[in-house]
Design a protein around this ligand. Structure first.
Ligand code: NAD
Length: 451
C-alpha cells in the first residue's frame, strides 16, 4: 500500500508534469478554469452554506457575504482584469542601454501549496486559490481539520470539477500538513497562527520555497475623546462579534480615552442587546478546546457558556498584565483599557508586536494623521473596523509577527507570480563602449552617462 506521503508526492509530480506542458500559462486556460471554479461554487453553494452552519453556526447572510459571495466577487473582478495583468509591462529605458526595450513579465511560479485556517474555512482557502489559478499555477489545498464539514465539501467540489494533476485537496491535521511541507513546492501560502507560521517558514527554508504568511495577533482599537461614540460602538461591535470574534482582523481590545469610557460602554452595551444577544443567531466557537481557552481569559467573571456558544463579554478595567492581554483572543471577549494621553498609547503600542490591523476612532484630523504615521500595522481603518478587507484594490497582509506578503485583487496575482525582467536589444547597432581593452576615453563616456 502507498503511504500518504507517496500519494502526496505522486500528486505533486503529476502537477509538475502538467505544469511543464505550459497549458496553464495561456490566458484562455486560466479564464476557462476560473469560470469552472465559479460554476463549482455555485453548484455546491447550498452544501457549502450548510457546512458553515454545522461547523461554525454561521447564518446564511454572514456565510454568504464573508465567504461564498466574497469569493464569487473576487472571481468576477479577476476575470475582468486578467488580460491586462498578464500583459508584459514595458518600463522606462536607460541612457546606457540604447536601442533596448525593458519589460517585466509575470509568470506562474509552478506548484503552490495553500494551507487554510478554521475561522473562514471556505473563503480563506478559495481566495488564495483564485490568485494562484489566475497566475497560472497548479495547486494543492489543505483546509483546516477543525471545520470538517467545510473541508469535506471543498474536497468534493474540487474533485467534481478539476483533475488532481491541476488542483487537488488533501484533508487532515498537522501531521498531514507537515508531510506536505516536506515536499518541494514553488510557493507556500499559509493562513493561521504565528506559532504554526514559524513551523511553515522553517520547513519552506529547506527548499528555499517562497512563502506568504497571513498570521494574527492583537489588533488594537483606539477611541479618543472626539470620536462619534454611537458609530464607533456599532462598527466595533460588528467587527468584533462577526463570526463570534474569530476573525484575524477583529478588534482584539479597545483603548478608550478615560473621559468617554462610560459613554462608549453604554453605547456598546446597547448595541449588544439590540443585535448580538440572541444565541440562535450568534456564531459558535469552533471546538470545546477553543471554548476552554476563552474561559481562562474571563477569570472570575460569570459567563453563561452553552456548549460552543460563548456570549459577547466585556472585560472592563483590563490591564496589560491580565491573561486576556497576553495572546490573541480570537473570541467575543473585549477587554477595555483607558488612556489620558494619545502619546502614551502610541508609546506603549510601539513596544508591542506590530499587529495585523489597527483601528482609530476620532474626529480629530491631526490625531488621525499622528496615529497613521507613528504606528506600523498590516492594514486598518479610521472610523471603521474590518471593512478594509472588503476592498480588492487594497493588498491584504501583515507586518512583523503578523506575517508578510499580501494578496487580494492584483496583489494575489503578483504574489503567485514571478516577476521576470528582461531586456530586448537591437542587433542593428553595437556600440563597443563597454568592451575591452578599455581606454581613458571609454571611461570618461561612462562617467558622463552615470553623472
Ligand atoms: P492554526 O495555525 O492552528 O492552523 C492553521 C493550519 O495549520 C491548519 O490547516 C492546521 O492543520 C495547520 N497546522 C496546525 N498545527 C500545525 C503544525 N504543528 N504543523 C503544520 N501545520 C499545522 O490556525 P487556526 O487556529 O486555524 O486559525 C487561527 C489563527 O489564524 C489566528 O491566529 C488568526 O489570527 C489567524 N488568521 C489569520 C488570517 C490572516 O488573513 N492574516 C486569517 C484568518 C486567521
Amino acid at each position: 500500500m502507498q503511504t500518504n506521503t507517496t500519494i502526496e508526492q505522486t500528486i505533486l509530480d503529476q502537477q509538475r508534469t502538467f505544469f511543464l506542458t505550459d497549458q496553464t500559462k495561456t490566458y484562455a486556460f486560466r479564464v476557462q478554469q476560473l469560470k469552472t471554479l465559479r460554476k463549482a461554487i455555485l453548484t455546491f453553494q447550498k452544501e457549502i452554506l450548510e457546512a458553515l452552519m454545522l461547523d461554525l453556526h454561521k447564518g446564511e447572510f454572514e456565510a454568504y457575504t464573508t465567504e461564498v459571495g466574497f469569493n464569487l466577487r473576487s472571481i468576477r473582478d479577476t476575470l475582468k482584469k486578467l488580460k491586462q495583468w498578464m500583459k508584459p509591462k514595458k518600463v522606462k529605458g536607460e541612457l546606457f542601454l540604447p536601442f533596448t526595450s525593458s519589460r517585466i513579465m509575470l509568470e506562474p511560479k509552478g506548484q503552490v501549496f495553500i494551507i487554510g485556517p478554521f475561522n473562514y474555512p471556505f473563503q480563506l482557502v478559495i481566495e488564495p486559490l483564485i490568485g494562484a489559478m489566475a497566475a497560472g499555477n497548479t495547486v494543492i489545498l489543505k483546509p483546516s481539520e477543525f471545520t470538517p464539514h467545510v473541508s469535506r465539501i471543498i474536497k468534493k467540489m474540487i474533485e467534481a470539477f478539476f483533475p488532481s494533476y491541476y488542483l487537488a485537496v488533501v484533508e487532515g491535521d498537522a501531521s498531514v500538513t507537515q508531510a506536505l511541507l516536506a515536499l518541494r513546492f514553488d510557493h507556500i501560502f499559509f493562513t493561521g497562527s504565528t506559532r504554526v507560521g514559524q513551523i511553515v517558514y522553517e520547513a519552506a527554508s529547506k527548499h528555499l520555497t517562497p512563502v506568504t504568511l497571513e498570521l494574527g495577533g492583537k489588533s488594537p482599537t483606539i477611541i479618543d475623546e472626539t470620536a462619534n461614540l454611537k458609530v464607533a460602538a456599532e462598527r466595533i461591535a460588528f467587527a468584533k462579534f462577526t463570526n463570534a470574534g474569530q476573525t484575524c482582523i477583529a478588534p482584539d481590545y479597545v483603548y478608550v480615552h478615560a473621559s468617554v469610557k462610560d459613554a462608549f460602554l453604554n453605547a456598546f452595551n446597547t448595541v449588544i442587546q439590540k443585535r448580538y444577544a440572541d444565541p440562535k443567531t450568534f456564531g459558535h466557537i469552533v471546538s470545546d478546546r477553543h471554548v476552554e481557552r476563552l474561559k481562562k481569559f474571563v477569570g472570575t467573571k460569570e459567563v453563561t457558556v452553552d456548549k460552543k456558544y460563548f456570549p459577547p463579554t466585556i472585560i472592563d478595567n483590563a490591564s496589560w498584565q491580565d491573561p486576556v492581554m497576553q495572546e490573541e483572543i480570537f473570541g467575543p471577549i473585549l477587554p477595555i483599557l483607558t488612556f489620558e494621553s494619545l502619546e502614551d498609547v502610541i508609546a506603549t503600542l510601539k513596544t508591542k508586536e506590530k499587529p495585523l490591523a489597527l483601528y482609530f476612532f476620532s474626529e480629530n484630523k491631526t490625531a488621525q494623521k499622528r496615529v497613521w504615521q507613528a504606528l506600523s500595522f498590516g492594514n486598518g481603518a479610521i472610523n471603521d473596523a474590518l471593512m478594509q478587507v472588503a476592498s480588492s484594490h487594497l493588498p491584504f497582509g501583515g507586518v512583523g509577527q503578523s506575517g508578510f506578503g499580501a494578496y487580494h485583487g492584483y496583489a494575489s496575482f503578483v504574489t503567485f507570480s514571478h516577476q521576470k525582467s528582461f531586456i530586448h536589444k537591437s542587433t542593428k547597432v553595437d556600440i563597443p563602449v563597454a568592451y575591452p581593452p578599455y581606454s581613458k576615453a571609454q571611461l570618461n563616456i561612462i562617467k558622463q552617462l552615470i553623472k
